[in-house]
Design a protein around this ligand. Structure first.
Ligand code: GRG
Length: 297
């Protein structure tokens, strides 16, 4: 199976699960649910849930376990989608386009967009805390705890806060690394780690997969900076060049385009090295690392 076939198949599985799990629009909360569904089904790459399932696959080939992890995978996508809705708000990045469509607040208004984000974040924890037939209560708690940490003030929210606080300021590379590691890296790393736990990884496997997650999280953000600087709005499905317009420090701003590409390649290589003790079952993760480097949007 090629990586494109794998991504397509996994995306299909996740879309079906999201459709199954997410509330149907209708009833007294119809507008709110429609706003959540609008962004959730706007055509994301589903990278975080795919990483979660691929990490589980690296340690087990039991398809029942993989299928039972779908609510966790969906929860990661709900949190990611909430972060994009809030990131696009006028008070934050003030963007009109996301996933090739008008942003949530452009369609539903600011108040409804804030609530759609709140609803998705809360729904994620409803999914994560659902009693499971394959996960022990201890692993369920561990996964919820890790996701809360990665999404919260010492993770994605903290990274976003630092990012906004430092717009239009000159800052050191160390701060850029902290922003990237938290704003984008934390949820990506966590997606891999919780997939590993859900798949039944032992301590050593979990640590290696976590390390893989850290390097692809870094590579993902470097490539994102690169694409923002070199692609068109049509190619990205979101406003291109917005980083420099908003006075954000990025890898290309620090290093130029060529060195930025080199740094992304280095991170991909390090991610693959972290998988050296895994057999062919980690091949999807290896291909995903390449995909993150080669992606165009
Ligand atoms: C509002 C708490 C809060 C956090 C926002 C994720 C984020 C933090 C901001 C998004 C800004 C941004 C463009 C970050 C770069 C990396 C990133 C998360 C890109 C979007 O993720 P993809 O490419 O998106 O996986 P799709 O649409 O494919 O799901």
């Amino acid at each position: 199976m090629t990586i494109s076939d794998y991504l397509l198949a996994r995306k299909g599985l996740i879309e079906q699960a999201l459709e199954r799990e997410m509330l149907p629009a209708g009833g007294p909360f119809s507008t709110h649910i429609s706003a959540m569904r609008y962004s959730l089904f706007a055509g994301g790459k589903r990278l975080r849930p795919i990483l979660c399932l691929a990490a589980a696959e690296a340690v087990t080939d039991d398809s029942t376990i993989i299928n039972n992890l779908l609510p966790i995978a969906c929860a990661l996508e709900c949190i990611h989608t909430y972060s994009l809705i809030h990131d696009d708000l006028p008070a934050m990045d003030d963007d009109d386009l996301r996933r090739g469509k008008p942003t949530n607040h452009k369609v539903y208004g600011e108040a409804a967009a804030i609530l759609a984000g709140d609803g998705l974040l809360t729904f994620a924890f409803e999914l994560l805390s659902r009693p499971s037939t394959v996960l022990s209560a201890e692993n369920c708690m561990k996964i919820s705890h890790l996701v809360a940490g990665a999404a919260g003030s010492l993770g994605m929210v903290g990274g976003q806060s630092l990012d906004i606080e430092n717009e239009n300021k000159e800052y050191r590379f160390e701060l850029l690394k902290t922003i990237h590691k938290n704003k984008t890296g934390a949820l990506i790393t966590c997606s891999v780690q919780v997939g590993a736990i859900g798949g039944g990884a032992n301590y050593q496997q979990e640590q290696s997969l976590k390390s893989y997650g850290k390097f692809i999280g870094l590579a993902f953000q470097i490539v994102d900076d690169f694409l923002d600087a070199t692609s068109t709005t049509e190619e990205l499905g979101k406003t291109a060049g917005s980083d420099s317009e908003r006075g954000k420090a990025t890898y290309p701003a620090f290093f130029g385009i060529d060195k930025t590409k080199h740094k992304a390649r280095e991170a991909i290589q390090a991610a693959k090295s972290a998988l050296s003790s895994f057999d062919h079952r980690a091949d999807p993760l290896r291909h995903l690392a390449d995909y993150i480097y080669l992606r165009t949007h």
